[in-house]
Every structure is written in structure tokens, then in C-alpha cells.
Design a protein around this ligand. Structure first.
Ligand SMILES: Nc1ncnc2c1ncn2[C@@H]1O[C@H](COP(=O)(O)OP(=O)(O)OP(=O)(O)O)[C@@H](O)[C@H]1O
Length: 618
């Protein structure tokens, strides 16, 4: 079934919106100027040259025709044969015109060369700005679909728009210069001619401005659909999803959705394009009418002898070129309007408020106190029920904590709060006696080594996949080896063709894919890279490992984390039972806590689940 897509929202006060958007022009110019001063200056010079010379060419055209007429009269009167001396007065103008035309061509080449260089530089600069900004945003912002829309829109269009805007501004300047110089010539014929020229072009301009506004509103309003299309492309054409898509036979269904979205978007586009071009044509006719009216006028004046043939040629040329310069200027203005609208996207994204980094502490007020949760509650933005409620716990250095609970009970959320990816909605979390919010976030994160269930499988070298755990040792081979040994990855890495330098994943040439358990060993080793960390968090670190590997991992883990705080999430009781504290969480609340023996003795949920699992292994 085709889903109905609502019509775009109304456009409000069009005129004030129209002028309001020009506020980005200056910023785009500044951006281009900062990108490359020499190229921007070069553009300006070429623009000036390409703007002035057409009028000069038209003026020389007049001189050619008039001197030809004069020379013809001379030859007719004297009967003299053509010689260099009699031809030279005409030929020098022809030569001059050739020179001017060559200069125009040079300026235009210069313009396009500089534009393409600037385009590359500017695209890179804007993309870097977008990515740098992404680094300052919070996890919550990334999970907000409206924000994600902004990011997608900014990335998709905005990197080419600033240069578009600047090119149009220069184009406008070039045409304006041409127009002024044409005006200087034309006003000698009649000021009315200039008026006719301007009036003929205005209607097209207004229709262009209106339709580019419409196009932008359409672009903005439909971005969720475009995003869905991009997502479907990813699902249908990426190695990590194609396996399941194939086995479940999802291609026709997903492709059908993809097509439906296109069809609805295309229908809108088509309507807009047809309206835009039809109006453009009809209103453009007015311009043509104005031109031929003026043409007839100039011809009549020449016939009556008020204008020379040369002047007629010049005025017609000036008229024709003036008209195209004018309509080009007007189109440039409406294009600038469009670019400005798109740029507003970019700046809307770049100006997205960043939560201030308040904390500055690098040491807590009670060093060695460990982690305390005090009545911590948390509700995800936009969620109705809390994911965690009234969580209190204390974990001292050297102690281990295990979290047990059904899927969705809030275990990972607790870790996200501890790592300050989110802040508690209620209560507080203390590290060494100080609120996490008061800690310098970098210092805090350096103290924590964590692997999440959905750890990242970097499409990079094996070693770099480990090094990611500690940027300071990103390239440190000795540290890679040490971490791999502890994460039990050493053996299979040694079997790989390039050892630690083997490319992982399938995205790049020569990449090796790993098994689920091998990837998990890589992730575990990555967590071990963080030597300075005294809080180790493992969120289901061994779920994909075989039983022997799991036992070895935990033997080593206990051995090496004696003076550290460790938090472990696992659904396997064989792993959990060794922890000093076990928290049983259900629906975001702690329902039982204690060590293994105490919990068994209490004969509650933990004891029941433990026996259930033990029975399964019998
Ligand atoms: N980013 C998010 N935005 C909104 N709600 C979320 C988000 N992540 C998790 N939740 C919700 O919060 C609750 C707790 O999720 P959490 O990931 O902490 O569970 P968990 O105990 O780690 O589960 P599992 O054992 O399956 O890993 C769930 O109801 C989940 O739907």
C-alpha cells in the first residue's frame, strides 16, 4: 500500500522570509574567503574582467561596422583598389575585437578553474566542520530523530552550497558590471530602452524566487522520507545486512518501499518542475516581447537615418546581451535565495547548542571511595516510563559487581549513566566522593575501560582495532600484543596473514572477516588497552565465546583486576557467581542484592534463575 504523504506546510510571510534568508550570504563569503584568499581574489579579478569586456566588444563592433561603411563609401567615390592603407582603419578594430574576445575567454577559463579548486577545498572544509561539530554533541542528540534529520540535511547539500552562493554572488557582480557598461552605451540611445529591458525581466525573477522557495520547503519537509530511502539503500546493499535480507527474502518488500517513497517524492517534484518551467516560459515571453519591441524601434530609427548602421549593430548586440545579463542576474539572485535557504540548514546544525562541559575535577573529594549510586533514576528523552528507578549501590576499589536481569531491565542504561553518556534524571552518582557531573569528562573517561554489547567493529587493521581502546597507544605494537594476550586474541591474530597489520572487515581490499567470538575477543582486548583505567565494565563480554574461552577470560580478569572496580553484565551465572556483589534488576529497580551464597540462601529470583540454568547444563 502506498502511504499518504501530507502536503508541505504553508510558507508564512513570504516577503520577510525572502529577505531574511540573505543573512547567510555574508557568512558564505567569509567561509570562502577563509578557505582560500588567493582563489577568492582571483575569482573577483576574473569576474571584473569578464564583466566589463563584453560592453567593450560591443562598442568595438560598432566601430567596425561604421568604419566598414566609411571605407565602402571611400572606395565607391575614389574607385581606388583595396590596399593595406585603406583596409587598416577597419582591420585594427577587428584585431582589437579578437583580442578582447580572447581576454573574455581567458577570464572565463580562469573563473571555472578557480571555482572548481574552491569547490574541492570548501567541500572538505564544510565536511570537517560538520564532523567536528558531531564530536561535541551528546549521545542523546544523536538518538533524537529531528536532530539526525538536521545532520543528514547538512551533510547532503550544504557542502556544495556555500560555493554556489559565492559563485552566484560573483556572477551577479559580473552581470551587474556588464549591465552598467551596457547601460552607459544604451542611455545614449534612450533611457526608456533601459526601462523596457528591466521591466521585461522582472516577472521571470519573481516566479523563480517563488518556486525556489517552494523547492526548499519541499526538500526540508521531506527529509524523513529521504532518510528512510538512504536507510533502505544501506540495508539492501551492505554486507552486514544482506545475509539476513537474502535469507528472509526481504528484497522485494524493501525495494517496494524504496520505490513507493521515490514515486511520491517524484510526483511532487514533477508538479513543481512543470509549474516552474511553464511559468518561466510564459513570463519569459514578456522579455522576448520587450526585446523585439526595442529591436523594431532601433531599426525604425536607423531607417530614418537617426542611427548609423554601426550604432544599430551595437544597440542590438547590447540589447540582446543586456537582456541575457539581466535575466542571468535575476536568476542568480533567486538562486542565491535558494542557496541561502539550504545554508540555513548547515548553520542550524552547526549552531545546535552543545551542553556546557561543567565539570573540572580531576580528583574526587574522598579518593579511594569508589562508585556510589544514590537513589539514581533515569528516563530516556521522550520515554514515558523510567528505565531506572531508585538505584543505590556502593562499589569500592578491588570489588566486583555483577548485574543480572532480564532483557530490557536497565543494565546497560546503568553503565551509560556511569560513563556519563547520559546524566541521571534523579539522584546522583559519585566517584571518589564527587558527583560525576563535577568531574572533568576526559579524566573520568580515562578511568573507565568499557566494552558494550554493540561494540564497534572498525574496518581498520587488527592492531588499530585494539589501539582504539587507548588513543595514546593507538600505534603501540607492544601494547597491542599485551592487550591481545589478555583478551585471548593473540592466537588467532598470529594465524592471520598480516598479523596485527591485517585489515579487518569486508569494506576494504584484502579485509578479513572474523567470527562473532573472535570479534568479541578483539573488543575485550580493546578494553584491556586502557591500562590506566581503574573501573572496568564488561557488558556481556563473552556471550559469543566458547565455554573454554569464557573460563579463561574470567580467570585472567579476576587475576588482573584485584585493585580495580569491575562491573560485569552477564546472563551466565557461572560467570556472575564469583562477583563480590550481585544486583538483580527488574524493570529498572533493584529487587535483590548480595553475594552468590546470600542470594541462593534468600531463595528468591536469583536462586530460581540459577537453578534453572544449572539444570539446563546437567
Ligand atoms: N536509547 C534509548 N532510548 C530510549 N529507550 C531506551 C534506549 N535504550 C534502551 N532503552 C529502553 O530502556 C530500557 C532498558 O534498556 P537497557 O538497554 O538498559 O536493558 P538491558 O538490561 O541492558 O537489556 P539486555 O539484557 O537486553 O541488554 C528498555 O526498556 C529499553 O527499551
Amino acid at each position: 500500500m502506498r502511504r499518504a504523504i501530507p502536503t508541505p506546510p504553508p510558507d508564512g510571510n513570504r516577503l520577510s522570509a525572502f529577505f531574511g534568508v540573505f543573512r547567510y550570504s555574508r557568512r558564505a563569503l567569509t567561509l570562502v574567503w577563509q578557505t582560500s584568499r588567493p582563489l577568492t581574489l582571483g575569482l573577483a579579478v576574473c569576474t571584473l574582467v569578464a564583466g566589463v569586456l563584453p560592453a567593450v566588444a560591443a562598442w568595438i563592433g560598432q566601430l567596425i561596422v561604421d568604419s566598414v561603411v566609411e571605407a565602402m563609401a571611400y572606395h565607391r567615390e575614389t574607385g581606388e583598389a583595396l590596399s593595406f592603407a585603406t583596409a587598416w582603419p577597419v582591420l585594427r578594430y577587428v584585431l582589437a575585437e579578437a583580442g578582447v574576445i580572447a581576454l573574455i575567454a581567458m577570464a572565463q577559463r580562469g573563473l571555472s578553474a578557480q571555482q572548481s579548486l574552491l569547490r574541492a577545498l570548501l567541500g572538505q572544509k564544510v565536511n570537517v566542520m560538520i564532523l567536528e561539530k558531531a564530536g561535541t554533541l551528546t549521545l542523546a542528540q544523536f538518538e533524537d530523530s529531528e536532530f539526525y534529520d538536521k545532520l543528514t540535511r547538512a551533510r547532503r547539500e550544504a557542502s556544495i552550497r556555500p560555493l554556489g552562493l559565492v559563485n552566484k554572488t560573483f556572477g551577479l557582480a559580473q552581470n551587474a558590471i556588464s549591465l552598467i557598461s551596457f547601460g552607459v552605451l544604451l542611455v545614449q540611445f534612450s533611457p526608456w530602452a533601459i526601462l523596457i529591458l528591466v521591466i521585461g525581466a522582472l516577472p521571470v525573477f519573481f516566479s523563480e524566487a517563488k518556486f525556489s522557495g517552494d523547492a526548499f520547503r519541499l526538500f526540508r519537509w521531506r527529509s524523513p522520507q529521504t532518510r528512510m530511502q538512504m536507510y533502505l539503500e544501506t540495508v539492501l546493499a551492505r554486507e552486514d545486512s544482506i545475509k539476513e535480507v537474502k535469507l528472509f527474502g526481504l528484497e522485494p518488500l524493501l525495494l517496494g518501499r524504496y520505490r513507493d517513497i521515490f514515486d511520491t517524492l517524484y510526483a511532487e517534484d514533477r508538479r513543481l518542475t512543470i509549474r516552474r518551467e511553464t511559468w518561466g516560459f510564459l513570463l519569459g515571453l514578456l522579455g522576448t516581447l520587450a526585446f523585439y519591441g526595442a529591436y523594431a524601434w532601433v531599426v525604425a530609427e536607423t531607417v530614418t537615418g537617426r542611427l548609423t548602421l554601426g550604432e544599430m549593430t551595437m544597440y542590438l548586440m547590447v540589447f540582446k546581451q543586456g537582456q541575457s545579463a539581466l535575466s542571468a542576474s535575476l536568476t542568480a539572485i533567486s538562486g542565491m535565495y535558494e542557496d541561502n535557504l539550504y545554508l540555513s540548514n548547515l548553520y542550524e546544525y552547526l549552531e545546535q547548542p552543545v551542553a556546557p562541559q561543567r565539570g573540572t575535577l580531576t580528583q574526587g573529594s574522598v579518593p579511594g571511595d569508589g562508585i556510589r549510586f544514590e537513589h539514581v533514576g533515569f528516563t530516556y528523552p521522550g520515554a514515558e516510563t523510567p528505565a531506572l528507578a531508585d538505584i543505590s549501590l556502593h562499589l569500592k576499589p578491588g570489588e566486583s559487581l555483577a548485574l543480572v536481569g532480564a532483557n530490557g531491565s536497565g543494565k546497560t542504561t546503568l553503565i551509560k549513566l556511569l560513563t556519563r553518556l547520559y546524566e541521571p534524571s534523579e539522584g546522583r552518582i559519585l566517584l571518589d566522593g564527587s558527583d560525576l557531573r563535577d568531574w572533568d569528562v576526559q579524566t573520568l573517561r580515562r578511568r573507565i575501560g568499557v566494552i558494550f554489547q554493540d561494540f564497534v567493529r572498525y574496518q581498520m587493521k587488527v592492531g588499530e582495532n585494539l589501539g582504539a581502546g587507548d588513543v595514546a597507544a593507538f600505534e603501540d605494537e607492544a601494547r597491542w600484543q599485551e592487550a591481545a594476550r589478555r583478551g585471548l586474541a593473540e592466537e588467532f591474530i598470529a594465524d592471520m596473514p598480516g598479523g596485527y597489520h591485517t585489515q579487518l572487515g569486508r569494506w576494504f581490499k584484502g579485509g578479513q572477516e572474523l567470527s562473532g567470538g573472535q570479534w568479541q575477543k578483539i573488543a575485550l582486548s580493546r578494553a584491556y588497552m586502557r591500562e590506566s583505567a581503574d573501573i572496568l565494565v564488561l557488558d556481556e563480554p563473552t556471550a559469543a565465546m566458547d565455554a573454554a574461552a569464557e573460563a579463561a577470560v574470567f580467570a585472567d580478569f579476576r587475576e588482573h583486576s584485584r585493585d580495580k572496580m569491575t562491573i560485569l553484565i552477564s546472563h551466565r551465572f557461572s560467570t556472575v557467581r564469583a562477583a563480590d556483589h550481585i544486583l538483580v534488576i527488574d524493570g529498572g529497580e533493584i529487587i535483590e542484592q548480595g553475594n552468590h551464597e546470600a542470594l541462593l540462601a534468600a531463595n528468591g529470583r536469583y536462586a530460581r534463575l540459577f537453578r534453572l540454568q544449572a539444570k539446563g547444563y546437567e
